[in-house]
Write a protein of this length. Structure first.
Length: 158
């Protein structure tokens, strides 16, 4: 009788495995939030007649430094915040950044910088327009998803 009980228990055990596998239990995935893990910045683009990319020139204490060639006004005048001057200014800079992972739920960023009279920021196009030469400008790119991930870069005109 002892053998039959062990065999019955074994058969019931195997049958229960077969029944559960046959009907299957649906796997439930819980909604999770994918946060930004890293923000990378490998280049900037000067948006003039011939757009040109500039890579990292140097790294100073973990701060990425980008240098670009400033183009003076052809008529000898100075660039200003005036809309007509901004349209004709070839020193518009777009920061080429990448938010990782690409599957992050919210991959938007905000730019934090100190207001300077020699740089104009266009929020609509996310471009910085340099109005004067031989100036440097620090920009902090921050994720807006609450992950507190950011990167600080410096842009210098030469």
């Amino acid at each position: 009788m002892k053998k039959t009980i062990i065999i019955v228990i074994l058969v019931v055990y195997i049958a229960s495995i077969v029944v559960v596998n046959f009907f299957g239990l649906q796997i439930k995935e819980f909604d999770g939030i994918d946060y930004v893990e890293e923000i990378k910045c490998e280049s900037i683009t000067v948006l003039n007649e011939n757009p040109k990319n500039y890579g990292v020139t140097e790294v100073v204490d973990g701060l990425l430094v980008f240098k670009f060639d400033f183009i003076e006004a052809s008529n000898g005048e100075k660039y200003t915040n005036d809309p007509a001057s901004l349209v004709n200014n070839p020193n518009a800079i777009r920061i080429n950044y990448d938010v990782l992972p690409h599957s992050a739920d919210e991959s938007q960023v905000r730019f934090e910088f100190e207001e300077k009279n020699y740089v104009y920021f266009d929020e609509a196009t996310e471009t910085f327009v340099f109005l004067k030469n031989y100036k440097s400008f620090k920009v902090k790119i921050c994720a807006t998803d609450g992950s507190n991930k950011s990167i600080t870069i410096e842009i210098k005109s030469r």
